[in-house]
Design a protein around this ligand. Structure first.
Ligand code: CUA
Length: 186
């Protein structure tokens, strides 16, 4: 009779371990959904505006047949403003894939602005025939990853993994303890 009641108690301990394992699975699923949510929201905000990014401003000079500096670096999601002035003749500024085409006059600042919403290189080129080598007058904006965003994502994954591991080990402990108790009574 006594042994019977102990067994009943032990069975409920095993149930607790199973419950904790189940809970850890549910929690990891919730974390996974959270992660997806963060990814989707951050993508939307990057497309809509500089929510995740910074305001970056660059002064660029145009002359036959190059832009100076020829290459600038920004992060994904940054709002990029280019202030361009010509040092000789009239040049142009056409930005691939952003529908921007402006003229750059000598001694006069032309300001264009866009959100760097795709990684890689954004090329811009001269769009006013300014001499022999006009077709080679090209500049580029290098769009690097947004480390703040990826850092936050990595932390979320670590936290989720840690929680699952902790719950798993606690479940194992309870299972071990109930097995020890079984040995004691047998
Ligand atoms: Cu500068 Cu064409």
């Amino acid at each position: 009779m006594f042994r019977h009641t102990r067994r009943m108690g032990l069975r409920s301990h095993g149930g607790k371990a199973r419950f904790l394992t189940g809970l850890s699975l549910v929690l990891s699923f919730v974390f996974f959904l959270l992660l997806l949510d963060i990814l989707v929201v951050s993508n939307v905000s990057q497309a809509a505006g500089p929510a995740g990014g910074r305001e970056r401003e660059f002064t660029i000079t145009a002359r036959q047949f190059a832009y100076s500096p020829p290459r600038i670096r920004v992060r994904l999601g940054d709002r990029v403003t280019l202030r361009v002035t010509s040092e000789d003749v009239v040049h142009g500024l056409y930005i691939d894939g952003y529908g921007i085409n402006a003229k750059v006059y000598p001694g006069q600042e032309t300001v264009v602005s866009f959100v760097a919403n795709r990684p890689g290189k954004i090329r811009y080129r001269c769009s006013v025939i300014c001499g022999n080598l006009h077709p080679f007058m090209i500049g580029e904006v290098v769009v690097g990853p947004n480390y703040t965003l990826w850092g936050a994502l990595a932390l979320t994954v670590l936290a989720a993994g840690g929680t699952v591991l902790m719950l798993w080990r606690r479940g194992e402990e309870i299972r071990d303890r109930s097995e020890e108790a079984t040995d004691g009574t047998a």
